[in-house]
Design a protein around this ligand. Structure first.
Ligand SMILES: [Zn+2]
Length: 396
């Protein structure tokens, strides 16, 4: 099982140079590979390619150079696997190529800085690392306005659950997640995510208006576009960071409550319920909520919790006590048939849980459904220092 973490960093001359050199090497490998096929009808082996073109590379550290060949052969073999449909990796005019380090070239220092090995005599690449765990592979690629880092962790699910409870989780907008375990309920507040999203929207609108006033393609225009991408990326990073923290919180709370299995609504369900507004809203919503959903799932799985998808149909409309259906209005659900009263999102979670358990027992619902405990994200307590650190991350 893999876990990937992605974030943006600022570019440096060193990274520019290495990425260009990686592209040159890719182009060279590409050229020789196809030339040998055309002229000698021979498919050059990876070992031979590495020996001739990667070993002792004059700019790239040996291992990173070998990984360029690795990337090329991965691309070739996926083309073969696909019955040679589509385009083989034949374009030999790349300007930048991804840099990849495997575990041999990656060290997480005690001070939280990740060190990537470079050629002897050259400064190492240092990145202020957001988590306490050493990644297995790190890839750095050129992106708009900077570089993007993709770190991959090898993770095996560990059985940390000792519980036997089943919880239902309803993902939503006002409350990112509402959870019902059968005995108690809690919600994760989505206010901070909405605030970041609104900020990102207004920033984008503001910068787009500025860009529109410049002549397309002019140097001022280019500069503004770069600024815009950089600032939007910066907020993307903040949002990703927030989603990681909140999804981790959900899983921690599940473990504290001795939950061993969860039923979770299909994410398409929440998308339908959200008031999208503009196209931008929609894109962002889909991205952020899809990410949150995915994070909750894999973090739960890593903690040994069984995850099941549940059809969300009518889960927000049904009275969990008597089964009567009505469209709820406002944040609370009050049943006109039996008088049941509960928090709307928790009602959704309870119905998802019931669908997962498959039980028709609707009796004895606890009073906590009316006032679940809420987890609110406080940016000044836990996040600020971390996200500051993250956004200030640079190469030393
Ligand atoms: Zn009812």
């Amino acid at each position: 099982m893999y876990l990937t973490r992605k974030f943006h960093i600022e570019g440096t001359d060193q990274l520019e140079r290495l990425s260009r050199s990686s592209a040159d090497l890719w182009n060279q490998i590409c050229k020789w590979y196809w030339r040998t096929v055309d002229r000698q009808n021979h498919w050059l082996s990876k070992t031979a390619m590495r020996r001739w073109h990667c070993k002792g590379h004059d700019v790239l550290p040996s291992q990173t150079a070998q990984e360029v060949a690795e990337q090329f052969y991965e691309a070739v073999s996926s083309w073969h696997d696909n019955d040679r449909r589509g385009n083989p990796p034949k374009r030999c005019d790349k300007e930048y190529n991804v840099l990849r380090w495997t575990y041999q070239g990656v060290t997480l220092r005690d001070d939280g800085v990740l060190r990537l090995s470079t050629k002897r005599g050259e400064d190492s690449i240092l990145i202020d690392w957001p988590v306490d765990e050493e990644p297995r592979t790190v890839e750095i690629g050129k992106s708009s306005g900077g570089f993007v880092v993709r770190a991959q962790y090898d993770t095996e699910p560990v059985d940390r659950t000792t519980g036997d409870k089943i919880a239902g989780i309803d993902l939503g907008e006002k409350h990112l997640a509402a959870v019902f375990t059968g005995q108690d309920a809690f919600t994760i507040n989505g206010g901070e995510l909405r605030a970041l999203r609104h900020y990102q929207n207004s920033l984008k609108a503001k910068l787009d208006a500025k860009i529109d006033r410049k002549e397309r393609g002019s140097s001022r225009w280019t500069k503004l576009v770069q600024t815009k991408n950089k600032q939007l990326d910066h907020i993307d990073n903040k949002i990703t960071d927030l989603l990681h923290k909140l999804s981790r919180k959900v899983v921690e709370m599940l473990l504290e409550r001795r939950v061993s299995a969860i039923g979770i609504g299909d994410v398409r369900g929440i998308r339908d319920r959200i008031d999208y507004g503009s196209q931008m809203n929609q894109r962002l919503h889909q991205w952020a909520y899809g990410e949150f959903d995915r994070m909750v799932e894999y973090k739960a799985k890593l903690a040994g919790i069984t995850v099941n998808r549940v059809d969300e149909a009518y889960t927000s409309q049904e009275c969990p006590q008597c089964g009567h259906r009505k469209k709820p209005s406002g944040r609370d659900y009050t049943c006109s048939e039996c008088g049941f009263h509960g928090h709307r999102d928790v009602v959704g979670a309870a119905n998802i849980r019931r669908k997962y358990v498959g039980s028709e027992d609707r009796s004895r619902l606890p009073g906590v459904m009316a006032s679940p405990s809420g987890v609110r994200f406080h940016p000044h307590l836990s996040c600020s220092s971390r996200s500051e650190r993250k956004t200030n991350r640079q190469f030393a």
